[in-house]
Design a protein around this ligand. Sequence first.
Ligand SMILES: O=C(O)[C@H]1O[C@H](OP(=O)(O)OP(=O)(O)OC[C@H]2O[C@@H](n3ccc(=O)[nH]c3=O)[C@H](O)[C@@H]2O)[C@H](O)[C@@H](O)[C@H]1O
Length: 436
Amino acid sequence: MSQLKTISLSHLDNVPSSPGKFKSDKPLTYIHRLRFHSSVSKLTLWLALFLALLVFFFFLSPPSPSPPPRRSLGSWGGSRWEKRIRTSARVRSRSSSTVLVTGAAGFVGTHVSLALKRRGDGVIGLDNFNEYYDTKLKRARQEMLDQAGVFVVEGDINDRELLNKLFDVVPFTHVMHLAAQAGVRYAMQNPASYVHSNIAGFVNLLEVCKSANPQPAIVWASSSSVYGLNSKVPFSEKDRTDQPASLYAASKKAGEEIAHTYNHIYGLSITGLRFFTVYGPWGRPDMAYFFFTEDILKGKEITIYEGSDHISVARDFTYIDDIVKGCVSALDSAKKSTGSGGKKKGSAQFRIFNLGNTSPVPVTKLVNILEKLLKVKAKKKFLPLPRNGDVKFTHANISLAQRDLGYKPTTDLETGLKKFVKWYIRYYKGSKRSSW
Ligand SMILES: O=C(O)[C@H]1O[C@H](OP(=O)(O)OP(=O)(O)OC[C@H]2O[C@@H](n3ccc(=O)[nH]c3=O)[C@H](O)[C@@H]2O)[C@H](O)[C@@H](O)[C@H]1O
């Protein structure tokens, strides 16, 4: 034992500082034997380690996160398809815009597309119809858009070939980029989907826009969540946004920085809109006001999160029609991009605006309003706000949007929820539809 110790210690004493310079005064045969034994044991050790890693990766590691499941995307291309694109992109007058709306079958995307089409703009929608929430609802929105003359192309913003084709067929003046992986809490379940849509997809879209001739002006959806743990209220665009509380928030903040880069390098005109908890008819079933309505009607218990001292969390809930007005004015006031052929020709407009309602409402109050409108008492459970990415409070300062966009929200939560509940009852009543 002591000999072994001596051997190994003396061996260590002789470890060179740089390989290849090892010198020893021990007999050669002894050294060879020692080397042989140590290489066999090293080999066995590495083999065992390798096998252990194999077992870990194949059997123990969790399945790699992926984007939300998506139905196979519709085929695109061909003369009929191009004709539909051209018809949908037709403008009513020469001063109208030609807009590519990404996420057109989403909640905000549908409303904005309809508003633009109604006033005579040419509108092409793009949506991947992923299964993050009920695709029947997305298809119903698509049908409504189709009836209004808006063609929604089925495809992903990560598909460079498809985007290039769309820009080949239509010289878009604007892109209203609303496609995103939404939801604050889902980011813990499927982080990859946020990177896929909100970062990789956004970069892909900007790459295509920067090379397009003419370059379009871009208006896109950021989020109130970028204010994260900021406690200074109301949230102003000048406040810090470097403490995101969720990967969703971080992906939107990353989007803002990426947008700045493309504006700086390529002269793309870019406006980011920080939406504050948008709600209303044709809304998103993953949002609290929506699934609370469904659960209250079904007699299911709902969970209301509370901050410290049992203070209900609060949101600056903003009605969809107010948001649509903000989006349309952002589009109308957007200056042209300055680059061409992927090269910047001069400095371009770069803006960020809060689009909120300026009056935060506690979630308990939201539930009271729903109970009144639905005429059903909710079964409530109160829980401390879990560490799931939610923040306690949001409150928008909208003076910048008021000054530059003429943005002025006019719908209070009670009025807006009344419209939502009316739509919800009409849409789901009598049918076997479920919102999830
Ligand atoms: O402004 C945004 O940028 C974001 O707005 C929205 O996020 P949020 O403001 O978190 O809305 P939402 O989930 O409806 O929760 C509302 C309130 O109910 C509370 N809440 C929620 C669930 C629950 O079971 N109980 C509960 O109390 C919860 O704690 C919260 O206080 C969008 O989803 C998001 O995509 C993004 O656009």
